[in-house]
Design a binder for this molecule. Sequence first.
Ligand SMILES: [Mg+2]
Length: 321
Amino acid sequence: MALPRRYPLIFNPRARSQKGGRTRQFLMAHANRFALYATNTGQEAVDLAKKFADDGEPVVIAAGGDGTLNAVVSGLAGSRTALGIMPAGTMNVFARELGIPANSLPKALEVIEKGLIREVDLFSANGAPFVQMAGVGFDAMVIEETTWESKKMLGPLAYLLAAVKVLGEKPPKMEITTAEGRTETGVAVLCGNGSLYGGQFKLFHKANNLDSKLDVIVFKEAGYRLVLDSLRGIALGGINLSASTSYFQSECFTVKADREVPVEIDGELLGRFNQIAFCETSSRLRVLAPEEPCGTPFVDSVKALLQWPPKPYEQQATTAP
Ligand SMILES: [Mg+2]
Protein backbone atom coordinates (compact mmCIF):
# COMPACT_ATOMS: atom_id res chain seq x y z
CA MET A 1 0.00 0.00 0.00
CA ALA A 2 1.37 3.39 -0.98
CA LEU A 3 1.57 5.74 1.96
CA PRO A 4 0.13 9.22 1.42
CA ARG A 5 2.74 11.87 0.84
CA ARG A 6 3.85 13.85 3.86
CA TYR A 7 4.69 17.49 3.36
CA PRO A 8 7.39 19.11 5.48
CA LEU A 9 5.48 21.85 7.30
CA ILE A 10 7.11 24.69 9.21
CA PHE A 11 5.16 26.47 11.94
CA ASN A 12 5.68 28.57 15.01
CA PRO A 13 4.12 26.68 17.94
CA ARG A 14 4.08 29.81 20.05
CA ALA A 15 1.83 31.83 17.70
CA ARG A 16 -0.47 33.35 20.29
CA SER A 17 -3.47 34.38 18.23
CA GLN A 18 -6.81 32.57 18.27
CA LYS A 19 -6.01 31.47 14.74
CA GLY A 20 -2.80 29.97 16.08
CA GLY A 21 -4.86 27.71 18.35
CA ARG A 22 -7.18 26.64 15.52
CA THR A 23 -4.17 26.03 13.28
CA ARG A 24 -2.56 23.72 15.83
CA GLN A 25 -5.84 21.79 16.14
CA PHE A 26 -6.03 21.43 12.36
CA LEU A 27 -2.41 20.30 12.11
CA MET A 28 -2.94 17.70 14.83
CA ALA A 29 -6.13 16.42 13.16
CA HIS A 30 -4.20 16.00 9.87
CA ALA A 31 -0.86 15.07 11.40
CA ASN A 32 -0.54 12.02 9.12
CA ARG A 33 -0.29 14.37 6.11
CA PHE A 34 2.61 16.47 7.40
CA ALA A 35 6.08 16.13 8.80
CA LEU A 36 5.71 18.87 11.42
CA TYR A 37 8.65 21.14 12.20
CA ALA A 38 8.07 23.54 15.07
CA THR A 39 10.47 26.47 15.11
CA ASN A 40 11.43 28.76 17.95
CA THR A 41 12.89 31.61 15.95
CA GLY A 42 12.51 33.11 12.48
CA GLN A 43 16.11 32.16 11.69
CA GLU A 44 15.37 28.54 12.52
CA ALA A 45 12.49 28.62 10.02
CA VAL A 46 14.79 30.14 7.36
CA ASP A 47 17.47 27.47 7.98
CA LEU A 48 14.97 24.59 7.93
CA ALA A 49 13.36 25.77 4.69
CA LYS A 50 16.82 26.15 3.14
CA LYS A 51 17.77 22.63 4.20
CA PHE A 52 14.61 21.17 2.63
CA ALA A 53 15.32 23.14 -0.55
CA ASP A 54 18.93 21.89 -0.63
CA ASP A 55 17.64 18.32 -0.15
CA GLY A 56 15.45 18.76 -3.22
CA GLU A 57 12.08 18.55 -1.45
CA PRO A 58 9.39 19.30 -4.03
CA VAL A 59 7.13 21.16 -1.56
CA VAL A 60 7.57 22.92 1.78
CA ILE A 61 4.55 24.30 3.63
CA ALA A 62 4.56 27.44 5.76
CA ALA A 63 1.71 27.44 8.29
CA GLY A 64 1.32 30.73 10.08
CA GLY A 65 1.28 34.46 9.61
CA ASP A 66 3.44 36.87 7.66
CA GLY A 67 6.51 36.23 9.83
CA THR A 68 6.58 32.48 9.25
CA LEU A 69 5.79 32.94 5.57
CA ASN A 70 8.59 35.46 5.03
CA ALA A 71 11.08 33.20 6.84
CA VAL A 72 10.17 30.18 4.68
CA VAL A 73 10.28 32.30 1.50
CA SER A 74 13.80 33.44 2.48
CA GLY A 75 14.90 29.83 2.92
CA LEU A 76 13.41 28.71 -0.40
CA ALA A 77 14.72 31.69 -2.42
CA GLY A 78 16.74 30.55 -5.40
CA SER A 79 15.52 26.93 -5.23
CA ARG A 80 13.05 24.83 -7.26
CA THR A 81 11.13 23.84 -4.11
CA ALA A 82 7.52 25.00 -4.24
CA LEU A 83 5.99 26.88 -1.34
CA GLY A 84 2.66 25.70 0.08
CA ILE A 85 0.76 28.17 2.25
CA MET A 86 -1.55 27.45 5.18
CA PRO A 87 -2.61 31.01 6.12
CA ALA A 88 -3.01 31.51 9.86
CA GLY A 89 -2.09 35.13 10.51
CA THR A 90 -3.98 38.40 10.91
CA MET A 91 -3.40 39.68 7.37
CA ASN A 92 -2.30 36.81 5.06
CA VAL A 93 -1.74 39.31 2.25
CA PHE A 94 0.26 37.07 -0.08
CA ALA A 95 -2.21 34.20 0.31
CA ARG A 96 -5.07 36.55 -0.56
CA GLU A 97 -3.16 37.92 -3.54
CA LEU A 98 -2.86 34.41 -4.95
CA GLY A 99 -6.45 33.47 -4.16
CA ILE A 100 -5.51 30.94 -1.48
CA PRO A 101 -8.44 30.73 0.98
CA ALA A 102 -7.29 32.82 3.95
CA ASN A 103 -10.02 31.68 6.32
CA SER A 104 -10.24 27.94 5.68
CA LEU A 105 -7.31 25.63 6.37
CA PRO A 106 -9.07 22.60 4.76
CA LYS A 107 -9.51 24.62 1.55
CA ALA A 108 -5.91 25.87 1.72
CA LEU A 109 -4.78 22.24 1.99
CA GLU A 110 -6.90 21.36 -1.06
CA VAL A 111 -4.98 24.00 -3.03
CA ILE A 112 -1.69 22.38 -1.99
CA GLU A 113 -2.91 18.89 -2.86
CA LYS A 114 -4.05 20.02 -6.31
CA GLY A 115 -0.37 20.66 -6.99
CA LEU A 116 -0.68 23.58 -9.41
CA ILE A 117 2.53 25.63 -9.32
CA ARG A 118 2.64 29.32 -10.17
CA GLU A 119 5.78 31.45 -10.33
CA VAL A 120 6.05 34.96 -8.96
CA ASP A 121 8.83 37.55 -9.00
CA LEU A 122 10.92 37.63 -5.85
CA PHE A 123 12.46 40.92 -4.76
CA SER A 124 14.81 41.82 -1.93
CA ALA A 125 15.35 44.76 0.41
CA ASN A 126 19.02 45.08 1.40
CA GLY A 127 19.37 41.43 0.43
CA ALA A 128 16.35 40.11 2.39
CA PRO A 129 13.81 38.45 0.07
CA PHE A 130 10.16 39.47 0.08
CA VAL A 131 7.33 38.35 -2.10
CA GLN A 132 4.41 40.72 -1.61
CA MET A 133 5.29 44.19 -0.39
CA ALA A 134 7.69 46.36 1.55
CA GLY A 135 7.58 49.73 3.26
CA VAL A 136 10.12 52.32 4.35
CA GLY A 137 9.22 54.75 7.13
CA PHE A 138 5.60 55.38 7.97
CA ASP A 139 4.07 51.92 7.73
CA ALA A 140 7.08 50.19 9.26
CA MET A 141 6.91 52.68 12.15
CA VAL A 142 3.26 51.75 12.57
CA ILE A 143 4.21 48.07 12.70
CA GLU A 144 6.90 48.94 15.28
CA GLU A 145 4.29 50.74 17.40
CA THR A 146 1.57 48.08 17.19
CA THR A 147 1.68 45.78 20.17
CA TRP A 148 0.66 42.15 20.05
CA GLU A 149 -1.99 42.82 22.69
CA SER A 150 -3.67 45.55 20.65
CA LYS A 151 -3.51 43.40 17.52
CA LYS A 152 -5.23 40.55 19.32
CA MET A 153 -7.96 42.81 20.68
CA LEU A 154 -8.54 45.05 17.68
CA GLY A 155 -7.22 43.16 14.65
CA PRO A 156 -6.30 45.42 11.72
CA LEU A 157 -7.75 48.46 13.57
CA ALA A 158 -4.75 48.26 15.91
CA TYR A 159 -2.57 49.45 13.02
CA LEU A 160 -4.82 52.45 12.43
CA LEU A 161 -4.50 53.51 16.08
CA ALA A 162 -0.72 53.20 15.94
CA ALA A 163 -0.82 55.25 12.71
CA VAL A 164 -2.47 58.14 14.53
CA LYS A 165 0.43 58.15 16.99
CA VAL A 166 3.11 57.98 14.28
CA LEU A 167 1.45 60.86 12.38
CA GLY A 168 2.19 63.12 15.33
CA GLU A 169 5.96 62.64 14.88
CA LYS A 170 8.25 64.59 12.56
CA PRO A 171 8.56 62.61 9.32
CA PRO A 172 11.96 61.64 7.85
CA LYS A 173 13.16 63.02 4.51
CA MET A 174 13.87 60.42 1.83
CA GLU A 175 15.43 60.49 -1.60
CA ILE A 176 14.52 57.73 -4.03
CA THR A 177 16.72 56.97 -7.05
CA THR A 178 15.70 54.35 -9.60
CA ALA A 179 17.79 52.31 -12.04
CA GLU A 180 15.65 53.90 -14.76
CA GLY A 181 17.02 57.34 -13.86
CA ARG A 182 14.11 58.72 -11.88
CA THR A 183 14.59 60.75 -8.69
CA GLU A 184 11.86 61.45 -6.14
CA THR A 185 11.73 62.89 -2.66
CA GLY A 186 9.23 62.05 0.03
CA VAL A 187 8.57 61.02 3.61
CA ALA A 188 7.61 57.36 3.15
CA VAL A 189 7.81 54.67 0.48
CA LEU A 190 5.66 51.62 -0.16
CA CYS A 191 6.35 49.07 -2.84
CA GLY A 192 4.31 46.15 -4.06
CA ASN A 193 5.11 43.05 -6.03
CA GLY A 194 1.44 42.09 -5.89
CA SER A 195 -1.48 44.50 -5.84
CA LEU A 196 -2.70 43.96 -2.28
CA TYR A 197 -1.41 45.74 0.78
CA GLY A 198 -2.17 45.31 4.48
CA GLY A 199 -4.77 42.60 4.12
CA GLN A 200 -7.35 43.10 1.43
CA PHE A 201 -6.60 46.55 0.04
CA LYS A 202 -5.71 46.82 -3.62
CA LEU A 203 -3.18 49.61 -3.22
CA PHE A 204 -0.89 48.91 -6.18
CA HIS A 205 -3.51 48.93 -8.90
CA LYS A 206 -1.08 48.33 -11.79
CA ALA A 207 0.98 45.65 -10.06
CA ASN A 208 1.80 42.41 -11.80
CA ASN A 209 3.99 39.93 -9.95
CA LEU A 210 5.46 38.57 -13.18
CA ASP A 211 6.77 41.76 -14.80
CA SER A 212 10.12 41.99 -12.96
CA LYS A 213 9.10 45.39 -11.61
CA LEU A 214 8.02 46.73 -8.28
CA ASP A 215 5.14 49.20 -8.14
CA VAL A 216 6.31 52.08 -5.96
CA ILE A 217 4.30 54.72 -4.11
CA VAL A 218 6.19 57.69 -2.68
CA PHE A 219 4.32 59.75 -0.10
CA LYS A 220 5.26 63.41 -0.50
CA GLU A 221 3.97 64.60 2.85
CA ALA A 222 2.86 63.11 6.12
CA GLY A 223 -0.35 64.28 7.74
CA TYR A 224 -4.06 64.02 7.47
CA ARG A 225 -3.91 64.54 3.71
CA LEU A 226 -1.97 61.30 3.43
CA VAL A 227 -4.49 59.47 5.59
CA LEU A 228 -7.45 60.84 3.66
CA ASP A 229 -5.90 60.01 0.29
CA SER A 230 -4.98 56.54 1.48
CA LEU A 231 -8.46 55.85 2.81
CA ARG A 232 -10.02 57.13 -0.40
CA GLY A 233 -7.66 54.95 -2.40
CA ILE A 234 -8.50 51.93 -0.28
CA ALA A 235 -12.26 52.53 -0.60
CA LEU A 236 -11.97 52.88 -4.37
CA GLY A 237 -9.85 49.75 -4.62
CA GLY A 238 -6.67 51.54 -5.73
CA ILE A 239 -4.75 54.55 -4.56
CA ASN A 240 -5.80 57.91 -5.94
CA LEU A 241 -2.96 59.61 -7.82
CA SER A 242 -3.21 62.90 -6.03
CA ALA A 243 -0.66 65.59 -5.33
CA SER A 244 0.43 63.86 -2.13
CA THR A 245 1.78 60.68 -3.74
CA SER A 246 3.62 59.58 -6.84
CA TYR A 247 3.24 56.13 -8.36
CA PHE A 248 5.74 54.50 -10.69
CA GLN A 249 7.28 51.15 -11.55
CA SER A 250 10.93 50.26 -11.21
CA GLU A 251 13.18 47.23 -11.61
CA CYS A 252 15.59 48.42 -8.95
CA PHE A 253 15.76 51.49 -6.71
CA THR A 254 17.43 52.91 -3.62
CA VAL A 255 15.96 54.89 -0.76
CA LYS A 256 18.24 57.20 1.25
CA ALA A 257 16.83 58.71 4.42
CA ASP A 258 18.12 61.57 6.58
CA ARG A 259 18.13 59.24 9.59
CA GLU A 260 17.71 55.55 10.34
CA VAL A 261 14.16 54.52 9.51
CA PRO A 262 12.36 51.21 10.06
CA VAL A 263 11.78 48.96 7.06
CA GLU A 264 9.14 46.25 6.78
CA ILE A 265 9.03 43.39 4.31
CA ASP A 266 5.86 41.34 3.89
CA GLY A 267 4.50 43.03 7.02
CA GLU A 268 7.44 42.02 9.20
CA LEU A 269 9.94 44.47 10.61
CA LEU A 270 13.32 43.99 8.92
CA GLY A 271 15.27 46.58 10.92
CA ARG A 272 16.37 50.21 10.81
CA PHE A 273 18.48 51.58 7.98
CA ASN A 274 19.33 54.91 6.39
CA GLN A 275 19.88 53.37 2.99
CA ILE A 276 17.79 50.59 1.46
CA ALA A 277 18.33 48.94 -1.92
CA PHE A 278 15.39 47.19 -3.58
CA CYS A 279 16.26 44.71 -6.35
CA GLU A 280 14.89 41.61 -7.96
CA THR A 281 16.50 38.35 -6.79
CA SER A 282 18.02 36.03 -9.36
CA SER A 283 15.08 33.61 -9.45
CA ARG A 284 11.33 33.49 -9.11
CA LEU A 285 9.47 31.86 -6.26
CA ARG A 286 7.44 28.74 -7.08
CA VAL A 287 4.22 28.58 -5.11
CA LEU A 288 1.20 26.26 -4.97
CA ALA A 289 -1.84 28.35 -5.79
CA PRO A 290 -5.23 28.19 -7.51
CA GLU A 291 -5.29 28.88 -11.24
CA GLU A 292 -7.18 32.13 -10.83
CA PRO A 293 -6.91 34.51 -7.89
CA CYS A 294 -10.32 34.82 -6.25
CA GLY A 295 -11.92 38.21 -5.72
CA THR A 296 -11.37 40.14 -2.54
CA PRO A 297 -14.84 40.23 -1.02
CA PHE A 298 -14.23 43.24 1.22
CA VAL A 299 -12.98 45.51 -1.54
CA ASP A 300 -15.69 44.27 -3.89
CA SER A 301 -18.38 45.06 -1.35
CA VAL A 302 -17.01 48.56 -0.67
CA LYS A 303 -16.89 49.20 -4.42
CA ALA A 304 -20.46 47.99 -4.76
CA LEU A 305 -21.56 50.40 -2.02
CA LEU A 306 -19.81 53.34 -3.70
CA GLN A 307 -21.63 52.60 -6.93
CA TRP A 308 -25.04 52.52 -5.26
CA PRO A 309 -27.64 52.92 -6.67
CA PRO A 310 -26.70 50.46 -9.42
CA LYS A 311 -26.72 51.75 -12.98
CA PRO A 312 -29.41 50.50 -15.38
CA TYR A 313 -28.35 47.41 -17.29
CA GLU A 314 -27.88 49.11 -20.72
CA GLN A 315 -25.68 51.82 -19.25
CA GLN A 316 -23.51 49.24 -17.50
CA ALA A 317 -23.09 47.38 -20.75
CA THR A 318 -21.92 50.46 -22.66
CA THR A 319 -19.51 51.68 -20.01
CA ALA A 320 -17.94 48.31 -19.30
CA PRO A 321 -14.30 48.09 -20.44
MG1 LIG B 1 5.63 43.59 -10.58
